[in-house]
Design a protein around this ligand. Structure first.
Ligand SMILES: [Zn+2]
Length: 279
């Protein structure tokens, strides 16, 4: 039980038809809440932070906390740098002990995406870390500030991309989006099925907040072995903090800290159960 690579976790989940939740975190409360849920259910998880959110949680502060929390945990945990495009940030994360990086070259032309991802693969390999690549456009962004629209992954390119880049997992675009969905999305499961037949690697679904449990189960049955959960965690932590501050009696910092941790824990618990089939 310890800090492990993303590849170790998703490869096993993929062959077993299961899925590893990847929780985006932004504070000690969120790290602790996620690991609390994972330990209680005795299931592995991934904790990650997106490059765009480092302005709120500097990598030099939160990175060591994530890595050390994973090392201390009673379950296997991978620590991932989510949606990075800067080699400097990626190298810093690897130096801090991250066991995985996601390189997002999906808005670049195909060949540029391949060469950028390959470069990151070569860098990450020197640290024994795994790489997640991305093909196709997922709507929205981690900080809600940009949107390149949605463009589904081309199944016919997925094998070529995985072979030439060396990635351990491939993030797909099948109508999923980051942040809140304005209306329940219709995921293109037919395209996911084709990607799964072609890619030969575990697949990753971003924008897990707002999908139904049936969506999750169907996606997992079609090769999704990592699902990113961000927005719904941030919202639940905020809700628990708000409810605590509005509660009767005297509030203090430590009570608030506990409420935020609980908000993350309950959201993480729910997702781990659905993804791994725990009743
Ligand atoms: Zn994402």
């Amino acid at each position: 039980m310890s800090l492990v690579t993303m590849e170790t976790l998703v490869q096993k989940a993929w062959t077993e038809g299961s899925c590893i939740p990847a929780f985006n975190v932004g504070s000690l409360e969120m790290i602790r809440g996620a690991i609390w849920a994972a330990e209680e259910l005795n299931k592995p998880i991934i904790i990650q932070i997106a490059e765009r959110l480092l302005k709120h949680s500097p990598l030099e502060y939160i990175g060591p906390a994530m890595v050390n929390a994973a090392k201390e945990a009673n379950v296997d945990i991978a620590v991932n740098m989510d949606h990075s495009s800067s080699l400097d940030v990626i190298e810093k994360a690897l130096e801090l002990g991250f066991t995985s990086v996601m390189y997002d070259g999906s808005t670049d032309p195909y060949e540029d995406n391949i060469s950028g991802t390959r470069k990151v693969y070569e860098l990450a390999s020197r640290y024994g870390a795994s790489v997640e690549g991305k093909l196709g456009l997922v709507g929205g962004s981690e900080d809600g500030l940009s949107d390149h629209g949605i463009k589904c992954t081309n199944p016919e390119l997925s094998h070529d991309f995985c072979e030439r880049t060396g990635v351990s997992a491939l993030a797909v675009a099948i109508g999923n989006a980051h942040g809140d969905y304005p209306a329940a999305p219709e995921l293109a499961f037919d395209i996911l099925e084709e990607i799964n037949e072609n890619a030969g690697k575990p697949l990753v679904l971003h924008g897990g907040s707002g999908l139904t449990d049936d969506d999750f189960r169907k996606a997992i049955s079609l090769g999704i072995a990592k699902i990113n959960i961000g927005t719904v965690s941030f919202k639940n932590v905020t809700k628990f903090a708000g409810d605590y501050l509005a509660s009767e009696g005297k509030q203090d910092y430590f009570g608030l800290n506990g409420a935020m941790t609980q908000g993350m824990y309950e959201n993480a618990l729910r997702h781990i159960k659905v993804f791994t089939g725990v009743e």
